[in-house]
Design a protein around this ligand. Structure first.
Ligand SMILES: *Cc1c(COP(=O)(O)O)cnc(C)c1O
Length: 298
């Protein structure tokens, strides 16, 4: 087979060893005589896959007690709406750092009687930087940031101070590619296909306090409580995507975890940034301290 370099932001490349394992196990998973694609999500073979996936996420991200991990469908794009639907009551705050945060804002604005404020933006800087010293008033239901801006190539490498307001982060393009202190976030979500697995599953990590503040009487499939109560199996979850994601997490663990992949990503990004900064032909316009480790436009 002729291999190519695939630089697509998503669906992105997966570790070769993971693809080989998928291939090996595809016709008969764990001597079940069935493909993982055919296993009942309520059967004895699938449930451990989902549990392992959660256990690995908890371990690799160092998720403290008091959080739930659920798997949803509809991508990060549905999460844009679900977050505002579940947790937007009166007034919510967004930091605008580019295309994806803009789409999140747009979806929040669909919720009736919800005030949606953009409390910081780097728009006037053409999104070439990350807003600094963001002030969050204490009367917001939540504040939303996009940690890694996939298209613009900028990154929040840390949480932001929120004055006690729940912090929600779209980490679709950098969850598990560098370290964050999960305890500083109240909800983290990520479509898997940018760097964790196939398209079709969205990983959502929710703190119990926020979960309990969620509105009631929402459509079941749009209510995060449904996913928590039913261990992500109110309806048929995206079983294959969860299975492949589990394999990627096992791979990441054997790589040395997030600390090791962060170092690897820093070294890899440095190679490219150093080249770009010394090139007479190409350049990267992003403010140096805000440069993404995983999406490098030039
Ligand atoms: C790709 C991407 C999305 C959209 O993800 P889907 O799973 O395709 O809905 C949202 N946010 C960020 C930061 C992304 O990179």
């Amino acid at each position: 087979m002729k291999e190519v370099y695939n630089f697509s932001a998503g669906p992105a490349t997966l570790p070769k060893s993971v693809l080989i394992k998928v291939q090996e196990e595809l016709l008969s998973y764990n001597d079940s005589g069935m493909s993982v694609l055919e296993l009942s999500h309520r059967g004895n073979d699938f449930e451990p896959i989902l549990e392992d996936c959660k256990k690995l996420l908890k371990e690799l991200l160092n998720i403290p007690e008091g959080y739930h991990i659920v798997f949803t469908q509809g991508g990060a794009s549905l999460a844009f709406y679900m977050i505002a639907l579940n947790y937007g009551k009166k007034k919510v705050a967004y930091v605008d750092t580019g295309v994806w945060s803009d789409k999140a804002i747009e979806q929040a604005r669909l919720i009736p009687n919800l005030e949606v404020d953009i409390i910081a933006t780097s728009k006037e800087d053409k999104y070439l930087s990350i807003p600094k010293q963001i002030k969050v008033a204490s009367n917001y239901d939540y504040v939303h940031i996009t940690t890694n801006n996939t298209i613009e190539g900028t990154c929040f490498f840390n949480h932001i101070e929120t004055n006690g307001v729940p912090l929600i982060a779209d980490m679709s393009s950098n969850l598990l590619s560098s370290e964050y202190d999960v305890s500083k976030f109240d909800l983290i979500y990520a479509g898997a296909q940018k760097n964790l697995g196939p398209a079709g599953v969205t990983i959502v990590i929710i703190k119990d306090e926020l979960l309990n503040q969620g509105k009631n009487n929402l459509p079941h499939m749009l209510d995060y409580k449904t996913y928590v109560k039913n261990n992500s199996m109110y309806n048929t979850p995206p079983t294959f995507s969860i299975y492949v994601t589990k394999l990627v997490l096992e791979w990441l663990k054997s790589f040395g975890g997030v600390k090791a992949i962060e170092k690897y990503n820093q070294d890899k990004a440095k190679l490219l940034y150093d080249f770009l900064d010394n090139s007479k032909v190409f350049y990267n316009p992003i403010n140096k301290e805000d440069r993404s480790l995983v999406n490098i436009p030039f």
